[in-house]
Write a protein that binds this ligand. Structure first.
Ligand code: PEP
Ligand code: MG
Length: 600
């Protein structure tokens, strides 16, 4: 994050004019551009009186605290009712959050801690609430766990609510703001965000906040452009100042110069045009001109992007790369933490399927916690990675499978295994899965009926060539053309020096895709393709022509691929695919494909 800088000062050469344009960089947590007058949202630091309570007054003080807790629970119930009127994903998000807040007020550590401070230390209720929330927040922050770090904001939010109730400080809502207002603040809590009406508030920006927090998630699900972490914002933005919030680039401009304003007006118009187009396409079905439906799914790196996938019209998640939960930390995530993240994504899909891939790590992508037990091999791409690593570290696999099985009660889930090359790897995973199920049932955990299907990535040439036997042992295939191309052509997908030789249009790669697809069809199991190829409209006709009916890609690519699908005549595409499969030169294949694409 950069310090505020004045553009106009530099441009005019007249020194820093008070009130000139100021550009601030922060985190663009929710895309879109908004321009409007600033409203400074003052959280209103509640003054906290501090005094000792006489022994005779302890019962009254406890009663006063309990009344504040009851009032907070009523306020939360009311907020929940309002939340139910928000767009589906936002409503669900705020619902989870408010449930967590209500739990913190029901016999929790917070309530017990405050009561103990009043009863034994004879601290007044306000000071007891402040001391207890600070102590819990400190303990959570010290645990160096991103999940608990996000909970710190919740503890503070609940503490703030109790303090307002105790001191009878009223909360300033956003309902009386003029349409098009931009809210700027030191901090905006997720509960504040729930009170924002996207019809009235154009965007918000604040100094605090991170990409992972609930405020960011809420902004995305409400479709409100937002920038968090804009250091210096409250020093430069006065009430009524014209403000630009560019949630796509993570930038806030206070008092823009006419030229800046014109550029952002243009950017806003372009964003709205693209959004309209996207919305129009998101509502239209992905069917070919001759009426064959194609399922377009999303590849996700972070479960929190499930909402984004829905906005782009994804029919589900075709590939959730679970690596995110294991990176940038020194320990391994436990079952509960994994379950919480996965359950959130599954729930956000509202009944659409989620394909969750088990850990695809190893080599240079080895989580820090495993570095002591896994020795680096001579060739990471061919070494102890993905399913091989998981089977060598059964606790890792068992924990992950338990979390996935538990998440499956929230919606349809499929389990996907990365880098399978042997039949016995699937059989070994089935044995682990059965063990994990038995353990969960013994713990009294409810499991989804029927159990999630178990599928495999086809991304190793040997697996593609053995597709018939693998198809008989698993429930679905997902073709990973990124690795399949790399392993088939022996070209590292990350090595620039040989990048010119890396092409999925090599006839060997295409034959493996075709062979895998036909094996799946012969064995009556679903097959999808989730490599980068799926998100490139140049290849769509060829893949459909080869028999693929399910593609999974980055959410942002779905609209373009849908557009392409809707322009394709499948009978013609199948004929062209046949002609292409008779070729041996990637250049000739590319020409035949481009020629077909230009016609259709
Ligand atoms: C692939 O290999 O094509 C794939 C989808 O998996 P990843 O890119 O995560 O290796
Ligand atoms: Mg892969």
């Amino acid at each position: 994050m950069t310090q505020p800088r004045s553009r106009s000062a530099a441009a005019s050469g007249r020194g820093r004019p008070p009130g000139g344009e100021v550009v601030l960089d922060g985190l663009g947590v929710s895309p879109g551009v908004a321009i409007g007058p600033a409203h400074r949202h003052e959280a209103g630091e509640v003054p906290v009186p501090e005094h000792a309570v006489p022994a005779a007054g302890i019962d009254d003080e406890l009663a006063r605290f309990r009344a504040a807790v009851d009032a907070a629970l009523r306020q939360i119930a009311k907020l929940k009712q309002r939340g139910a009127r928000l767009p589906a994903a936002a409503g669900e998000e705020i619902g989870f959050l408010l449930d967590a807040h209500a739990q913190m007020l029901s016999g929790s550590r917070l309530v017990r801690g405050v009561e103990a401070r009043i009863a034994t230390a004879r601290t007044n209720a306000e000071a007891a609430v402040q001391q207890e929330t600070s102590s819990i927040a400190k303990a959570f922050a010290a645990m160096d766990d991103s999940y608990l770090a996000a909970r710190v904001a919740d503890v503070r939010d609940v503490g703030g609510r109790l303090l307002r109730n105790l001191t009878r400080t009223t909360f300033r809502a956003f309902s009386d703001l003029a349409e098009g207002t931009i809210v700027v603040a030191e901090d905006i809590t997720p509960a504040d965000t729930a009170l924002m009406d996207p019809e009235r508030i154009a965007a918000f920006a604040c100094v605090a906040g991170g990409m992972e927090g609930h405020t960011a998630i809420m902004a995305r699900s409400l479709g409100l452009p937002a920038v968090l972490g804009a250091a210096g914002l409250m020093e430069v933005a006065a009430p009524g100042d014209m403000v630009v919030v560019d949630g796509s680039a993570g930038r806030v401009v206070v008092r823009p110069e006419p030229a800046t304003l014109a550029a952002y007006e243009e950017k806003r118009a372009a964003f709205l045009r693209a959004e309209r187009q996207l919305r129009r396409l998101a509502r239209l079905p992905a069917v070919t001109r001759d009426g064959i439906p194609v399922a377009l799914h999303a590849n996700l790196e972070l479960p929190r992007d499930a909402d984004l996938a829905m906005q782009h019209g994804a029919a589900g998640i075709g590939l959730l790369r679970s690596e995110f939960m294991f990176m940038n930390r020194d320990d391994l995530p436990g079952e509960d933490e994994q379950y919480a993240a996965l359950a959130r994504a599954v729930t956000a899909l509202g009944g659409r399927p989620a394909t969750i891939r088990t850990l695809d790590a190893g080599g240079e992508k080895l989580p820090a916690a495993l570095r002591a037990t896994v020795a680096p091999g001579p060739n990471p791409a061919l070494g102890l990675r993905a399913i091989r690593l998981a089977l060598r570290e059964p606790v890792l696999l068992e924990t992950q499978l338990a979390a996935i099985l538990r998440a499956a009660v929230h919606g349809p889930v499929r389990i996907l295994l990365p880098m399978i090359s042997h039949l016995h790897e699937i059989q070994q995973v089935r044995a682990v899965l059965a063990r994990v199920e038995r353990r969960l049932l013994r713990r009294g955990v409810a499991l989804a009926e029927p159990r999630p299907p178990l599928g495999v990535m086809i991304e190793v040439p040997g697996a593609a060539l053995a597709a018939d036997s693998l198809a008989r042992a698993c429930d679905f295939f997902a073709i990973g053309t990124n690795d399949l191309t790399m392993y088939t052509l022996a070209i590292d997908r990350g090595d620039e020096q040989v990048a010119h030789l890396y092409t999925p249009l090599h006839p060997a790669v295409l034959r493996l895709i075709q062979f895998t697809t036909e094996a799946a069809l012969r064995n009556r199991i679903p097959v999808s393709l989730c490599g980068e190829m799926a998100g490139d409209p140049r290849y769509t006709a060829l893949l459909l022509g080869l028999g693929i009916r399910e593609l999974s890609m980055a959410p942002i690519k779905i609209a373009r691929i849908k557009n392409r699908v809707r322009g394709i005549d499948l009978a013609a595409a199948a004929l062209r695919a046949q002609a292409i499969m008779g070729q041996s030169d990637p250049g000739r294949i590319a020409a035949l494909l481009d020629d077909f694409n230009a016609l259709a």
